[in-house]
Design a protein around this ligand. Sequence first.
Ligand SMILES: Nc1nc2c(ncn2[C@@H]2O[C@H](COP(=O)(O)OP(=O)(O)OP(=O)(O)O)[C@@H](O)[C@H]2O)c(=O)[nH]1
Ligand SMILES: [Zn+2]
Length: 188
Amino acid sequence: MDKERIRFAVRELLIAIGEDPDREGLKETPERISNMYSEIFAGLETSPQSVLKYFGESCTEEMVVVKDIPFYSMCEHHLLPFYGTASICYIPAPGRLLGLSKLARVVDICAKKPQLQERLGAEIVNILENDAQAIGAAILIKAEHLCMNMRGIRKPGTKTVTTCFAGIFKTDDKARKEALQLLSLEKD
Ligand SMILES: Nc1nc2c(ncn2[C@@H]2O[C@H](COP(=O)(O)OP(=O)(O)OP(=O)(O)O)[C@@H](O)[C@H]2O)c(=O)[nH]1
Ligand SMILES: [Zn+2]
């Protein structure tokens, strides 16, 4: 990431909105934002595949569900946050059982870039289907978009729910229904 360029751009932005970038409160803001961007856009520089690690176990042919993984992402239209939870369900291929934390790591990496909620889900499911070779993969994402809350249409509290299914969850109605039911369960 070109931090120097971010600092320059933020300074320009402050001038463009009529602020004084050299006043006490703002003089370190370009530096802060360049540090923050390397953190919140870290997914642009890491491949989600690089964190996958498998156990050579073939102990289950059933669904593994990890629910309510919190994430923060940035809407690519307005560069404002959208945030919420992702719930993942997959059926591991024999010998390709994932460490549970790896699912959350993949969510984090895919979220940390300018994104769309639908694409975030599709990317995660795609990794499970194509890299982990899962027999089935499904995701349900529930999020709030600040670009709908604090500006524009201004509807705070609106939740967007998106799903994505692959493998057996796409082809078998019964499996899809079961996955969706597990993913939609509210918190205990
Ligand atoms: N499908 C989808 N749309 C999104 C997402 N994040 C933001 N948007 C929408 O992207 C659209 C961008 O619309 P534009 O008309 O290009 O931009 P705008 O004039 O700022 O739109 P308003 O938000 O309606 O004021 C808006 O309707 C946003 O609500 C997302 O993750 N998925
Ligand atoms: Zn937006």
